[in-house]
Design a protein around this ligand. Structure first.
Ligand code: NDP
Ligand code: 2IT
Length: 447
């Protein structure tokens, strides 16, 4: 980073010095924008960047709830409404003990550019709580979601802000959140996405992030005269995104060889078959068990406390757990074990120095804001279906998802080539995502 964007970044990092993840996300975007700022001075004149790095609104609230033993628990709730230049605020809710304002600001900031890349009318937001759903009963999760919504409902709406899922928030949580929202507002409307299929949800929404990430990987490989077929694929996480990445890899003839969770990783060099995958889906989605149980069931090796990178040879790596889960040593191990392509299913899973190493080693790198945009894209298709009061078929939604992912890939590559940085997808995604939002902000004046 240098010049004007560096000055801006230094100011921001002085003001929010403790917001490590947020500053990391901003630094990555600003690092790509310098040449564009020099080429098109109007962005600087209108102080678009200064405005973009401040959320339009941040709501922080208390969530007191009663546990199964009659005890009073207290959590923090957040919604960061970052930017609505392109459409209603849109982005997921994360429930995880690590959640704080820095993490939600990083996710909300990324979401602005991701949503812009989809080509759909979506602003950027993120929210969540430091509530830990692990080990809680369904009734506890329901009571917690109810109290969270007692505050959140006044800030959201189908044309205002439309939350969805993220880590720790799946179909069960969206159901409880929607139930309370509907009761409080006395209106049945599409204010949340990821809803159940019987009550306004869209086919393919659960699959969309994972499928979309693999469609993006496939487009990257095909632009470089390669494909997924026959490739071994390391996957981290074993939740929503990881499961459907594995399913689509199998559809396209690849071989998933790992899963992980916050306790450790399993490596299955025989390959995770469809039968093993459906066992994992039941383990994680119904029984809410640990991935270590996979090794007891199928005899694969379990590595306690380790992430899967470089634990076995593989051509492709798709991180699908959380931020900063691939560091320098792991990147070295990936490269030494034959990795040619890293695609981010998770948000910001690769540390900045690791991204540099991948670029230097000419490993293809697909950044999350482009690669995992299929989830929010199908959320937007869910909103469209809700507005029209109809439901598209599985084939129709999947067809649209494939087109959107292909278009995102093309936008990233053409923005990168336009800036003379070859196939640097990070620069491409940041510039293509930024331009649309920045132009809209200029058109709409200083608001
Ligand atoms: P889930 O809650 O379904 O799964 C998360 C998985 O990641 C679990 O296996 C979890 O393990 C693991 N994990 C979470 N936090 C950590 C941690 N701190 N360290 C190690 N492992 C961890 O979430 P999703 O699959 O929905 O989300 C995964 C990633 O994808 C996130 O980065 C999310 O922001 C991103 N994403 C999700 C989208 C969606 O539509 N759901 C859309 C776009 C991106 P454990 O069970 O032990 O906690
Ligand atoms: O990070 C993400 O894009 C999501 N968690 C999905 C957001 C959404 O609104 O579907």
């Amino acid at each position: 980073m240098r010049g004007y964007v560096k000055e801006l970044y230094d100011k921001l990092s002085g003001k929010y010095s403790w917001e490590r993840e947020f500053l990391q996300a901003v630094s990555e975007v600003l690092g790509s924008l310098n040449p564009l700022m020099e080429r098109e001075p109007r962005y600087r004149k209108h102080r678009v960047l200064e405005r973009l790095v401040e959320p339009e609104r941040t709501i922080i609230f208390r969530i007191p709830w009663i546990d199964d033993h009659g005890g009073i628990q207290v959590n923090s709730g957040y919604r960061v409404e970052f930017n609505n230049a392109l459409g209603p605020y849109k982005g997921g809710m994360r429930f995880h003990p690590s959640v704080n304002l820095s993490i939600l600001k990083f996710l909300g900031f990324e979401q602005i550019f991701k949503n812009s890349l989809t080509g759909l009318s979506l602003g950027g937001a993120k929210g969540g709580s430091d509530f830990d759903p692990k080990g809680k009963s369904d009734n506890e999760v329901m009571r917690f979601c109810g109290v969270l919504m007692d505050e959140l409902y006044r800030h959201i709406g189908p044309n205002t802000d439309v939350p969805a899922g993220d880590i720790g928030v799946g179909g069960r949580e969206i159901g409880y959140l929607f139930g309370r929202y509907k009761k409080l507002k006395n209106t049945f409307e599409g204010t949340l996405t990821g809803k159940g299929l019987g009550w306004g949800g869209s086919l393919i929404r659960p699959e969309a992030t994972g499928y979309g990430t693999v469609y993006f990987a496939s487009a990257m490989l095909s632009a470089h005269k390669n494909s997924i077929e026959g490739k071994r694929v390391l996957i981290s996480g074993s939740g929503n995104v990881a499961q459907f990445v594995a399913e689509k890899i199998l559809d396209l003839g690849g071989k998933p060889v790992s899963f992980s969770d916050s306790n450790g990783s399993i490596i299955d060099t025989d390959g995770i078959t469809r039968a093993k995958l459906s066992w994992v889906m039941e383990l994680k989605n119904q029984l809410r068990g640990r991935i270590s149980e996979y090794s007891k069931e199928f005899g694969a090796k379990y590595y306690e406390g380790k992430r899967p990178w470089g634990l076995t040879e593989a051509e492709i790596a798709i991180p699908c757990a959380t931020q900063n889960e691939i560091g320098r040593d792991e990147t070295r191990a990936l490269i030494d074990n034959g990795c040619i392509c890293v695609v981010e299913g998770a948000n910001m899973p690769t540390e900045p120095t690791a991204v540099e190493m991948l670029h230097d080693a000419k490993v293809l790198f697909g950044p999350g804001k482009a690669a995992n945009a299929g989830g929010v894209a199908v959320s937007s298709l869910e909103m469209s279906q809700n507005s029209m009061r109809l439901s598209w078929t599985r084939e129709e939604v999947d067809r649209r998802l494939q087109i959107i992912m292909k278009d995102i890939h093309t936008s990233c590559l053409s923005a990168a080539r336009d800036m003379g940085v070859g196939d640097d997808y990070v620069t491409g995604a940041n510039i293509a995502g930024f331009r649309k939002v920045a132009d809209a902000m200029i058109d709409q004046g200083v608001v």
